[in-house]
Unconditional design. Structure first.
Length: 404
């Protein structure tokens, strides 16, 4: 239709009116109009280390959330609303994480957040999101102190997690080693909330079961030299049958390598913080026989997990889903399920924050990682874990069970 041939009506060119109609309109929430139906926008934030040593894990979290949001939008899961992902980098640092959380909290379109990866960072972000009444669901925080305070009461009603805690993971590892006939263990942690809490939980269960902690050592996670020879030297005379390590893979890999290189030829066992291919890369051939626990069953062991991994691969993200992809996907879908309730009659995203929080507490569905639901503390009700062993340069599942 040639625009120049259109007639004028009341002094206004009809072409302008028609052009506006054809192009649609945009409401104040950033949603688009298609076929005359106005959509509003709500955001799910991601807060994780998107740079630095742990960026592989952080990017896996981000992309898994992006996949869940993409699928929800394609299915028009929330009529009248379009979901977006807003990802911020916490660099695995508490102070940076607090600032990143403040940025997300200041965005009125944000109604829920997936993250953090690190428990030490979450300790700083929790109060920020709680003040803003923004639901936070972590796929990876395992420190029990994030949900239960010293008085046994829940700390923040805005905080949830899809993974189980170190109160389960540490004892699960202790029972595994005791069952393998290992009675003497040296412990090492990196002084951070995750590593310290994991070692404490492990040690309590290990000694309760008749085991002996022959020495308890610490390292400095911020030591860029990654020279742990003095700690290895302190452990070696105690003749442990294994070393239990609380911390992340960037330090654990070199530690294992230095252990074996200095004649301490026993397995290193850690938590989900070392369950990553990069641990094997860093530790090299000496990682053979090392052990880790991780939350849940192996993602590729279930039909739902296989579908998730296939859909993730089909989306062609630059980084793999990594250790927490399934838990991040489930965390995002938990928020999306809550938003189906809270956004139904909401005028804007910010006004739905309280309702989203209430709805999330009642969420229950079969996810990639199993049944997704939360107890009165916001902790995951599922307590399935897996022990992995390095075999021929790869992590191989050794035992999957429900902790009792």
């Amino acid at each position: 239709m040639p625009q120049r041939s259109l007639i004028r009506a009341g002094g206004v060119l009809l072409a302008a009116s028609l052009a506006l109609t054809a192009c649609g309109s945009r409401d104040s929430g950033g949603g688009s109009n298609s076929g005359g139906t106005t959509t509003k926008t709500a955001k799910i934030g991601v807060i994780a280390p998107l740079s630095g040593d742990l960026s592989a894990l952080g990017k896996g979290i981000q992309h898994s959330v992006e996949l869940a949001v993409k699928e929800a939008n394609e299915k028009k899961a929330i009529p009248g609303w379009t979901l977006e992902v807003e990802a911020v980098d916490d660099e695995a640092k508490p102070d940076v994480g607090k600032n990143a959380a403040t940025k997300l909290a200041g965005d009125d379109a944000v109604v829920g957040v997936v993250g953090n990866l690190n428990s030490s960072v979450a300790l700083q972000t929790q109060p920020v999101f709680a003040t803003a009444k923004i639901t936070q669901v972590s796929p990876a925080n395992t420190n029990p102190a994030l949900t239960k305070g010293p008085d046994g009461k829940r700390l923040f009603d805005t905080y949830f997690r899809t993974c189980t805690t170190d109160a389960v993971q540490g004892p699960f590892a202790a029972q595994y080693l005791l069952g393998a006939g290992i009675k003497k263990v040296a412990t090492v942690h990196d002084k951070k909330a995750y590593g310290q809490g994991l070692v404490e939980a492990f040690s309590a269960e290990f000694t309760k079961g008749g085991g002996e902690i022959v020495t308890a050592q610490t390292i400095n996670a911020d030591d860029t030299s990654k020279d742990y020879s003095s700690v290895v030297a302190a452990i070696k005379p105690t003749a442990p049958q294994a070393v239990y390590y609380g911390g992340e893979y960037p330090q654990a890999g070199p530690f294992s390598q230095q252990m074996k290189g200095n004649g301490l030829n026993v397995p290193l066992m850690g938590g989900d913080g070392i369950y990553d291919p990069k641990y094997v890369d860093l530790a090299g051939k000496t990682s053979e026989g090392d052990l880790s626990t991780s939350v849940g069953a192996p993602t590729d062991s279930t039909d739902a997990g296989k579908k998730f991994l296939a859909d993730y691969d089909a989306a062609k993200y630059a980084e793999p889903a990594a250790a927490y992809g399934g838990y991040s996907y489930d965390a995002a879908n938990a928020i999306i399920n809550a938003l189906k309730v809270s956004l139904k009659s909401a005028s804007d995203a910010k006004s739905a924050r309280d309702a989203t929080l209430t709805a999330l507490g009642s969420v229950s569905f079969e996810g990639v990682t199993g049944k997704v639901s939360f107890d009165q503390y916001g902790d995951a009700t599922a307590k399935v874990l897996t022990v992995y062993k390095v075999d021929a340069g790869k992590w191989i599942a050794s035992k999957t069970d429900t902790f009792k």
